[in-house]
Design a protein around this ligand. Structure first.
Ligand code: IVH
Length: 692
């Protein structure tokens, strides 16, 4: 790993710290990969982390942690599916990346088996498809259940989904052991992956990062009919438990799999010795780009099953098989431009526009630049000569700038602070990597998504304004922003004339919209789709501020750091700094304020009842806090009082109902006594406010 000291130079303390970091990081990457089907890094980066972890553990065996990645396999099964225990664990494979690594693997095998240094043995080479491995159990020739790998001992029971796969025999043809576990890879072809993503995009659903994630996402559907609609392939390649031996060599085993009715990768080949392995590796690397599916290397398995048994496993990896991974494919080209795309959630993502270049058989003209920090860290400039890499997944990335070839006159890239689509402020909250457009309500890149949210249940809940209608109306210019929805009445005839509509349905829609002109404040706030403001937060805000006009005025006032309004907002119970910042950002954008004014003129926004205000003994009371409180901050006490419908002020007057006395209360306590205003201790206040 670049930037880290060589393992030989690590002190035990530094090694322990790094192992702790690596354990946490790899666990997170595993969860993203296996449970969310959304990898955070490329396979090459992941492999580098694991390799570093293994190297440190090899040098400091005493420091191997209980939660070490080498003691775990993949990730535990996700919730939603029943668990299924594999009869034989489903293991992983060690990796090699070069001829020398592979020779070392062979030398280890010879040493382990006590063979002569020049002893030859046969392998079977199989393209390593990047899909997801599953285990199938057959009893008396019938498919009974199947599971994903999960953590290696236990996976998710995806039997119903697997039944939907045409390439999987439900009955084995010919004689078979009474009980047998068969393992293989479920995958999606590159073409089917692209078609699926195009379909996802049309439907406004999330895109899959690569064919592997698409295959995993398609198989791990709680609704098996969705799996049935996706095109998934399956190749069988390994054995788990079996009640009777089925072959003497792996090649024979593959032949049996074929005879039983399984698809076996037709490129798999028996190879006599290391020379043939080298040739096969080169052949597969050359054919890789033309294959219908992604492969990231070749798996070599020792053909003799008796030797496989003797070799057994070392930790999570078999000693009898190895994955020889292809190097990530790289090429040099020029960065012509950096474009900023705005996603449906307002995220600004930089995309590299490249002089088209052939990277391992694929013409690449766009690459991911990740985010703002990545560009700054690598000092990537428009005009630079860059190295692009295409790893297992399909989105290429820029790995380095060739500074020596930098043309004169370039400048560091200035990441825009305004949305390139709508011109609104684009802000980046502290601690986050992504900059976002704040003009959600009017930004064309986000408008459809926001309008759908605006009309959806929990928000305006307008019957008839579903995803499809909103998208169509937006595309045809009937609506641009939320206010336009309430101006549709004037266009009823136009709607009635639309394809698929008619007078009755148009009238119904207009009536449904009219019925929503009156809306509770909480729903209104939620409908705005302000980042981080979900239903619960919207309710909190509504209860706290009571009316639209008060909320709006306070949010405007909160623009000023250190203002009373700002600290009040930040101190509302349940509203953390991130939410406060999101609200401030939203109101900082003039276009958003214009939308609010527009809506305020069209709607009747109902005031919110303060929480429990009706029952609360302090509802409507005027309260003053003084002295230092010991069980809560002044701000929390104030927020709580306001949430219960009280008004909190700073000075004691004849109208004051209660003065709450903290420690060392001074002049205000005296004033209360003079005026005969009721005083409460902190404990008495807590009891009255129902805080205990
Ligand atoms: S054999 C004990 N054969 O690679 C042997 N695995 O890195 C276990 N894979 O989880 C696996 N093609 O998802 C084997 N022909 C092949 C494979 C293959 C792809 C995947 C599989 C496994 C991973 C291990």
């Amino acid at each position: 790993m670049s930037g880290r000291p060589p393992v030989e130079e690590l002190t035990p303390a530094a090694a322990a710290a790094e192992l702790a970091d690596l354990a946490a990081e790899i666990a997170r990457l595993d969860a993203a990969y296996y449970q969310d089907d959304a990898p955070e890094v490329t396979d090459a980066v992941y492999d580098a982390r694991r390799a570093r972890n293994n190297a440190i553990e090899a040098r400091f065996p005493d420091l191997v942690r209980a939660d070490s990645p080498t003691r775990r396999l993949g990730a535990a099964p996700a919730a939603g599916f029943a668990r299924r225990r594999h009869l034989q664990p489903m293991l992983s494979l060690g990796n090699v990346f070069s001829e020398a690594d592979f020779a070392e693997f062979c030398a280890r095998v010879r040493r382990f088996l006590g063979l002569a240094e020049d002893a030859a043995f046969a392998f079977v080479g199989e393209p390593k498809i990047d899909g997801l491995s599953i285990s199938l159990t057959y009893e008396h020739g019938s498919f009974v259940h199947g599971a994903t790998r999960g953590d290696g001992s236990e996976g998710e029971d995806v039997t119903a989904n697997l039944r939907a796969l045409a390439s999987l025999p439900k009955r084995l043809a010919g004689a078979a052991p009474a009980l047998i576990e068969i393992r293989g890879e479920v995958f999606m072809t590159k073409a089917d992956f692209l078609a699926l993503n195009a379909e996802q995009e049309r439907a406004g659903r999330k895109l899959f990062a690569n064919p592997r994630n698409a295959a995993a996402g398609s198989l791990r559907q709680l609704d098996a009919s969705i799996t049935a609609g996706r095109k998934l392939g399956f190749f069988a390649y390994a054995m788990g438990e079996t009640s009777a031996p089925v072959a003497a060599t792996h090649a024979e085993y593959l032949a049996r799999l074929g005879a039983w009715g399984f698809a076996v990768n037709p490129l798999s080949r028996r190879l006599k010795g290391e020379g043939e392995v080298l040739a096969f590796q080169a052949e597969m690397a050359a054919r890789r780009a033309a294959l219908a599916y992604d492969i990231d290397g070749v798996v070599y398995k020792i053909d003799d099953l008796a030797w496989q048994r003797r070799l057994g496993f070392a930790g999570r990896d078999p000693r009898w098989a190895i994955a020889w991974k292809f190097p990530a494919e790289r090429a040099e080209t020029r960065l012509e431009d950096i474009r900023i795309q705005v996603g449906r959630t307002g995220a600004l993502t930089p995309v590299a526009v490249l002089q088209p270049v052939n990277v391992g058989g694929v013409l690449v003209s766009r690459a991911s630049l990740h985010n703002e920090d990545e560009i700054a860290r690598k000092d990537i400039r428009i005009g630079d000569a860059v190295v692009v890499e295409r790893a297992g997944d399909v989105i290429p990335r820029i790995v380095a700038v060739i500074v020596a070839k930098r043309p004169p006159g370039t400048a560091p890239f200035a990441f825009p602070t305004h949305c390139p689509v709508c011109g609104s402020h684009a802000v980046r909250p502290a601690g986050e990597a992504v900059r976002r457009c704040t003009g959600g309500l009017i930004c064309p890149a986000q408008a459809v998504e926001r309008l759908i949210h605006f009309c959806a249940r929990g928000a305006f809940d307008i019957e008839g304004m579903g995803e499809k209608t909103v998208a169509e109306f937006y595309e045809d210019g009937l609506i641009h922003g939320p206010g336009d929805i309430f101006r549709l009445a004037a266009r009823e005839a136009e709607i009635a004339a639309r394809e698929g509509w008619g007078e009755v349905s148009a009238r119904k829609l207009i009536a449904a919209i009219a019925a929503r002109r009156r809306i509770p404040l909480a729903r209104f706030i939620f409908a705005l789709g302000i980042r981080r403001v979900g239903e619960t937060t919207a309710k909190l805000l509504a209860r706290h501020y009571g009316s639209f006009s008060h909320w709006r005025a306070e949010m405007n006032a909160a623009q000023i750091m250190g203002s009373e309004a700002r600290s009040t907002l930040g101190n509302i119970l349940g509203i953390g700094p991130a939410i406060a910042e999101a609200l401030v950002d939203f109101f900082a954008e003039g276009r958003n304020r214009a939308v609010l004014d527009d809506l305020a003129g069209l709607l009747e926004i109902e005031d919110a009842e303060a929480a429990g205000a009706a029952q609360s003994p302090i509802a409507g009371k005027l309260v003053v806090f003084t002295g230092s409180l010991t069980t809560m901050s002044r701000a929390e006490a104030k927020a709580r009082a306001e949430a219960l419908g009280a008004r909190v002020t700073d000075s004691v007057s004849r109208r004051t109902d209660y003065v709450v006395l903290g420690a060392e209360a001074g002049s205000k306590a005296r004033r209360a006594a003079e005026l005969g205003v009721t005083t409460l201790s902190e404990a008495e206040w807590r009891a009255l406010a129902g805080m205990d």
